[in-house]
Design a protein around this ligand. Structure first.
Ligand SMILES: [Zn+2]
Length: 133
């Protein structure tokens, strides 16, 4: 896959720390001090109570497959070499969900199957979290 043709992810003030942590092999999630809500993607406010009193916490990177789909048709021409592949929602052991690619034999991907994080280097800067069965 020619990564230079893929849509660019440009870390900003809100996401820069998240991408830096992932590039060091550390997926971080966020927790609200006020209501204890936990979520996977960096935000400035709690998605439950809108509090700004939140913290980043380290994620162990383990969970189960909550849902998944097998991609058989490339969403854009840049993905044509990659198909078929699996995209799923992983329920992390910490209690929140994250969408990511699932790596492994497609026939073995099942709901509730245990997965562990794999840090996939996309280029010199960006690393993506994927999950292996
Ligand atoms: Zn909250």
């Amino acid at each position: 896959m020619n990564i230079h043709l893929l849509p660019k992810i440009i870390p900003n003030e809100d996401t820069n720390q998240y991408w830096q942590n992932i590039s060091k092999g550390n997926l971080t999630i966020q927790r609200c001090f006020k209501c204890n809500e936990i979520w996977a993607y960096p935000q400035k406010v709690c998605c439950n109570c809108l509090s700004t009193d939140i913290e980043n916490i380290n994620c162990r990177g383990n969970g189960v497959i909550y849902s998944f789909t097998i991609i058989l048709r490339a969403p854009t021409p840049e993905f044509s070499e990659k198909i078929p592949y699996a995209i799923g929602i992983i329920e992390l052991d910490e209690g929140c969900k994250i969408m990511a690619e699932i790596i492994g034999p497609l026939s073995e991907i099942k709901i509730d199957k245990r997965v562990s994080i794999v840090y996939s280097k996309l280029d010199d800067v960006l690393v993506f979290p994927k999950f292996r069965i």
